[in-house]
Design a protein around this ligand. Structure first.
Ligand SMILES: [Zn+2]
Length: 447
């Protein structure tokens, strides 16, 4: 079968005759599952081929060894419509399967092993030497019956037990390496809440929780209306931020993008919290009115401050205020504008936070330092973009949502579109003005 056969198979699939008996339906479900696993196997081989081919051509051009792999994972990610982080995982898994775990790859290609269970086998053997890994691959996957009937957890336990038997020292090294992965992350939770997770070595993790629990108990004993869980959550916030806030009165030190229609006209277009995502307009209005009242109250002084900035210049097109600088780097104001416009890394399918403000057309090719020629990127995507054969350009006309065209070394073109900016409101459209709204309008006039 040549490459076009895959495209034909895909086009034919929706025309599959589903007018069959239930026994045939069960067989069909099983067969389609095997097709998915087999596709993952072929994807692994194609990925390893691509990796080998790019590295070989770079070796011919005397590219230093350390730079031969640059940007390959990013191309895999764009092709699979996945984040660059996952692209790196796909590439690592493909090379491990092809070069070190032939039996696992064979089971995947035959549809016996699912892609996820193959991932478990690769992940749990990553700490072993190449020889040990290949031996374990043979032990567990040479005979399809060995892992037959085992669920994800059971496969994981089986691989770990076998790995510990082959090389106990490697498991200790793995535990030691895990400590270097400690980190704090946050992600949105339902009902405009957020999870903040702290991945810690077990002793520290237990100590953090036990300390919060102990102190919450003593506050409860002294008499408090809050529950133990609420006190623990409040203690965590006050100890990390150093401010005695409770969860119901957050300090407005967050970047909030809201349309003035939603702010003043009672509109329902959601506001966007930088680093979190959309929140209901009513909640944003509540936060802002509390902060505005605190700002206007001389007793609270500088505790809460509201700063308003205009993001758009043209109400019709929603285009960003034209801003530019003669500096080589993006000055703070322009960088903040790009952060608020782009929200996350501009590489398609990459959700990582913005770490770099990139000249889309580089400075050395006379790319100007403007919002139009600027893009927010994560560190990994900015690094990949420096590789040979990568090239991007902002779309010609600077109207509407900001667009970037990205060209990869194979000549594939991808487009990145910034999220829509909030729709503006003409101040004369405001019907009734409360005290808070009058203060906000004063702000808007002076902003
Ligand atoms: Zn990125």
């Amino acid at each position: 079968m040549d490459v076009s056969g895959v495209v034909e198979f895909l086009a034919e699939l929706p025309n599959l005759d589903r007018n069959v008996g239930d026994a045939a339906r069960i067989d069909l479900l099983r067969n389609l599952e095997e097709v998915k696993a087999a596709c993952a196997g072929v994807q692994a081989r194609v990925t390893a081929d691509l990796d080998a081919s790019i590295r070989a051509s770079r070796a011919e051009r005397d590219v230093p060894v350390s730079q031969r792999g640059r940007g390959i994972a990013n191309q895999v990610a764009l092709a699979r419509r996945d984040s660059p982080f996952r692209g790196g995982r796909h590439l690592g898994m493909a090379t491990a399967l092809v070069h070190e775990m032939p039996c696992t790859l064979a089971l995947l290609e035959r549809g016996v092993l699912s892609e996820w269970r193959a991932t478990i086998l690769v992940r749990e053997t990553a700490c072993l030497t190449r020889e040990d890994r290949t031996a374990l691959d043979h032990l567990l996957c040479a005979d399809p019956a060995t892992l037959d009937g085992l669920g994800d957890q059971a496969v994981c336990a089986r691989v770990r037990a076998a790995a510990a038997e082959v090389d106990a020292e490697a498991m200790v090294r793995r535990a030691r390496k895990a400590v270097s992965d400690r980190r704090v992350t946050s992600r949105p939770a339902p009902d405009t809440m957020a999870y903040v997770s702290d991945l810690l070595p077990v002793a520290q993790g237990v100590a953090v929780h036990a300390t919060l629990a102990r102190d919450a108990d003593s506050i409860l004993a002294a008499g408090d209306d809050r529950t133990r869980s609420q006190i623990m959550a409040d203690l965590l916030v006050s100890r990390v931020t150093g401010a005695p806030h409770t969860a119901t009165a957050p300090p407005i030190t967050v970047n909030l993008v809201i349309s003035d229609r939603a702010l003043l006209g009672g509109g329902s277009e959601p506001a966007h919290v930088q680093g979190y995502g959309p929140i209901p307009a009513a909640l944003a209005r509540h936060w802002i009115s509390e902060a505005v009242q605190a700002t206007a109250d001389p007793d609270t002084g500088d505790e809460a401050r509201v700063t308003l900035r205009r993001l758009y210049a043209n109400p019709g097109s929603g285009a960003l205020t034209a801003t530019e600088s003669q500096a080589r780097c993006f000055p703070a104001g322009l960088a903040r504008m790009i952060d608020l416009r782009d929200r996350t890394c501009r590489t398609p399918w990459c959700d990582a936070p913005i770490r770099h403000h990139d000249h889309i057309q580089p400075r050395e090719f006379d790319g100007p330092t403007t919002a139009h020629n600027g893009a927010g990127l994560c560190a990994a995507c900015n690094y990949a973009k420096q590789g040979a054969g990568w090239h991007s350009t902002p779309r010609q006309q600077p109207r509407g949502q900001h667009k970037i065209e990205i060209y990869t070394p194979t000549g594939h073109r991808y487009q990145s579109t910034a999220p829509p900016l909030p729709k503006p409101l003409l101040l004369r459209e405001v019907q009734t003005t409360s005290n808070v709204e009058r203060i906000l309008i004063d702000f808007l006039h002076t902003a």
